[in-house]
Write a protein that binds this ligand. Structure first.
Ligand code: T3D
Length: 262
């Protein structure tokens, strides 16, 4: 189905979703929130077992489209809680809870909420010329879209605070060195590498990958006993899947497993 602001294409067992407002660095409008959610729902309904998310043009996403807040009016300010409540917060939760992996190919700057959306996905690969920018302080805002949740967990408080307060870009290479992302690759290799990862994930035991997301979502809040209990319960679920049966059978028969995602 065609969308105004995103592209969605199913390729084999995975889908590629592209933020598609290149003249605005793929900044988020309400329409793009709606289109993005529908594209993810279309992809999962079509049976996608992994999604590759990227941006069109020279940026990944510049965060909130500030022209939607034009003209700024100090006497009648927007209630920014509503935009977070209705759009950004549901999107971050949706990505974290989606039972299939999402790979993000960061093809240029990921700024503000655009960076928050990338951090809510599972594996981030960035082109060498890409950068990560906590742009919020530049316009008098605090980080949102989950940035203050994910950022300190990924890079520690010292780097998270400085990124947020100084609002200076961090290069893709630095982001990889800090552990903010999975890896930095040459720009011209980005899409091929990110799609190869996505294809690989789409052919893996999907139920187990989805349950892994639950484990990692919980792991930094749980104590050891709680996490061990959760591992036990989710491993129980894995033990009832076709893919566990297939994985063990293939190992014993010394052949490559053919996972179905069931
Ligand atoms: O309001 C709420 O709902 C609260 C939630 C907020 C969440 C947020 O994300 S707040 C943060 C919003 N984002 C920003 O403040 C980033 C603004 N953009 C920039 O700082 C820079 O554009 C970039 C660092 C991202 C890229 O810089 P550069 O020099 O590579 O490109 P550029 O020339 O600035 O941008 C290219 C075009 O995209 C330009 O349009 P033009 O002049 O060619 O017609 C620029 O205006 C447009 N653009 C970039 N970012 C946005 C944008 N248009 C609207 N909104 C944007 N965020």
């Amino acid at each position: 189905m065609p969308y105004d602001t995103v592209l969605c294409e199913t390729r084999g067992h995975h889908a590629v979703i592209t933020l598609n407002r290149p003249d605005r660095m793929n900044a988020f409008t309400v329409q793009m929130h709606k289109d993005l959610r529908e594209a993810f729902e279309e992809a999962t309904a079509a049976g996608a077992r992994a999604v590759l998310l990227t941006g069109a043009g020279r940026g990944f996403c510049a965060g909130q489209d500030l022209t939607e807040r034009d003209p700024p009016d100090l006497d009648n300010p927007p209630d920014l809680r509503l935009f977070l409540r209705d759009w950004y917060n549901p999107l971050v939760k949706y990505l974290r809870e989606l039972p299939i992996p999402v790979v993000t190919a960061v093809n240029g700057v990921a700024a503000g909420a655009g960076m928050g959306i990338a951090l809510a996905t599972d594996i981030i690969v960035a082109g060498r010329s890409a950068s990560f920018l906590q742009a919020f302080a530049r316009v008098g805002l605090v980080p949102d879209a989950g940035n203050t949740f994910h950022l300190p967990r990924l890079v520690g408080l010292a780097r998270a605070r400085a990124m947020a307060m100084l609002a200076e870009p961090v290069s893709a290479e630095q982001a990889a060195d800090w552990g903010l992302i999975w890896k930095c690759v040459d720009d011209d290799a980005l899409m091929a590498e990110a799609e190869a990862l996505t294809t690989k994930l789409a052919d893996m035991p999907t139920v187990a990958l989805g349950l892994m997301k639950q484990l990692f979502n919980a792991s930094l809040q749980n104590d050891l006993a709680q996490q061990l209990d959760l591992e036990r319960d989710l491993q129980y679920q894995c033990g009832h899947t076709f893919d566990y049966y297939e994985g063990v059978t293939a190992f014993l028969e010394k052949r490559k497993p053919a996972y179905k995602g069931e």
